[in-house]
Write a new protein. Structure first.
Length: 229
């Protein structure tokens, strides 16, 4: 893809035209030239929103830590940083991969664009499922070592919550990343400046919220099943 930019500046004194300046730029690499001001203007609002989202994730964690499921299955506190870190790597990788593809023109063709989007989305779903299971297993083992015993019901809740959370969060954030990158490319914004901070901020908030809600639901279901038995 060849990028061509033409700037025409007209200088008026009153109502009379006093000068014309024409600047022509052509790039065979397809990259749009960026200045420090343009980069700052693109990332300023996004980084502020990312900061607020990180604070919101902390507030959510501070609230849900007092729920019964968190007090009973303390391994969730071991799971949270591992799951956030591992799944965050997947989101950053997806955002970087699609941003690079958009900047190099690989997503200009409609067919190729959606083919790349669906393939990457399918890949990250598999990776997120594996990561969620591995993080849960690690949390269960570490909890068993510290406690000296393992409760199978609680381990099942932890593993199921982690896998379901990772799957749903990866799907929702993957769709958001695809829409953000396509929209940024359409409006002439460098996706590298906006996609990564959005993925980082929304990832923690969505993951913590989903993990708390799903684990609490499964914990209550198991509690009702044990009382019924």
């Amino acid at each position: 893809m060849v990028f061509t930019e033409l700037k025409l500046e007209l200088c008026f004194h009153g109502k009379k035209l006093r000068g014309v300046t024409c600047k022509f730029f052509r790039s065979t690499s397809g990259f749009v030239p960026e200045t420090s001001l343009s980069i700052a203007s693109e990332i300023l609002v996004i980084y502020l929103l990312a900061g607020f989202s990180m604070v919101a994730a902390g507030l959510v964690m501070d609230h849900v830590q007092h729920w019964t499921v968190f007090k009973t299955i303390t391994e969730i506190f071991i799971l949270v940083p591992a799951l956030l870190g591992l799944k965050g790597n997947l989101e950053m990788t997806l955002a970087s991969r699609l941003s690079t593809a958009a900047n190099t023109g690989q997503m200009d063709d409609t067919h190729e664009k959606w083919k790349m989007a669906t393939c990457n989305l399918a890949l990250i779903q598999v990776q997120a499922t594996v990561v969620g299971l591995l993080a849960a297993i690690a949390a269960v083992l570490l909890g068993a070592v510290s406690k000296g015993y393992m409760e199978l019901n609680q381990a099942a809740v932890l593993c199921a919550s982690s896998v379901i959370t990772a799957f749903i969060a990866a799907l929702s954030l993957g769709l958001v990343m695809i829409l953000v990158i396509i929209g940024a490319r359409k409006f002439g914004i460098n996706p590298d400046n906006v996609a990564t901070p959005i993925a980082a901020s929304l990832g923690d908030l969505i993951t913590i919220s989903l993990l708390a809600g799903i684990s609490d639901t499964l914990f209550k279901y198991i509690g009702m099943s044990m009382r019924a038995a």
